[in-house]
Design a protein around this ligand. Structure first.
Ligand SMILES: Cc1cc2nc3c(=O)[nH]c(=O)nc-3n(C[C@H](O)[C@H](O)[C@H](O)COP(=O)(O)O)c2cc1C
Length: 187
């Protein structure tokens, strides 16, 4: 399983860190200029600190990266957190940086594209862009905590959301809040 992770300049960098730690398989990372800034502001981490979790980190300016071409295989592209700016670029086919180009490749090659969208409130423009990508098969996953899981701390809310992301990508079993009512309940 080959996963590319994009971090953009939206709030919610802790989710990206947790996802990178827990996502199984081969991983590659691309971080936008503002993604680096928000990552540091929110977690105190630099991009280099994420290197142990991935095979390679690509510059967002590196359109020579093999992943800028559809001929290089990957299974899924996860942008978390995803800004409404990156959402707009991808929904308009603007492959001007590596994150939006890989998004474009995922769409044209019909590969899994998950956008952990973070903005509030959402403008009609952002909603239209998200709707357009959802209709093209992208998974739009707003970064909203599952309050029904009663997280005891922000860290637990982050962990539970990453559980949900991994389950959505079929990389982990679903841990739904009523799962224990079913006969095949996980222990
Ligand atoms: C501290 C900080 C927090 C931000 N939070 C958000 C956010 O939650 N959602 C969003 O869409 N943009 C947010 N922005 C604005 C984006 O960083 C900005 O639009 C940027 O151009 C996005 O570019 P990128 O998608 O290439 O990273 C934030 C910016 C800063 C500095």
């Amino acid at each position: 399983m080959r996963t590319i992770v994009g971090i953009t300049g939206a709030s919610g960098a802790a989710l990206a860190v947790e996802f990178l730690k827990r996502c199984p398989g081969e991983k590659y990372l691309i971080v936008s200029r503002w993604g680096k800034s928000v990552l540091f502001q929110e977690t105190g981490l630099t991009v280099e600190a994420l290197a142990p979790h991935v095979s390679k980190i690509f510059s967002n300016e590196d359109l020579n990266s093999s992943f800028a071409s559809g001929s290089t295989q990957f299974d899924q592209f996860v942008i978390v957190p995803c800004s409404v700016t990156t959402l707009a670029r991808i929904s308009h086919g603007l492959g001007e940086n590596l994150i939006s180009r890989v998004g474009e490749v995922a769409l044209k090659e019909k590969r899994t594209l998950l956008l952990g969208l973070r903005e509030s409130p959402l403008s009609a423009i952002a909603l239209e862009n998200a709707s357009k990508l959802a209709n093209l098969g992208a998974i739009i996953m707003p970064l909203s905590p599952a309050f029904y899981m009663k997280p005891a701390s922000p860290e637990q809310a982050v962990s539970r959301f990453v559980d949900h992301m991994l389950a959505t990508l079929k990389l982990a079993p679903i841990s739904g809040w009523r799962e224990n009512e079913l006969p095949h309940a996980f222990s």
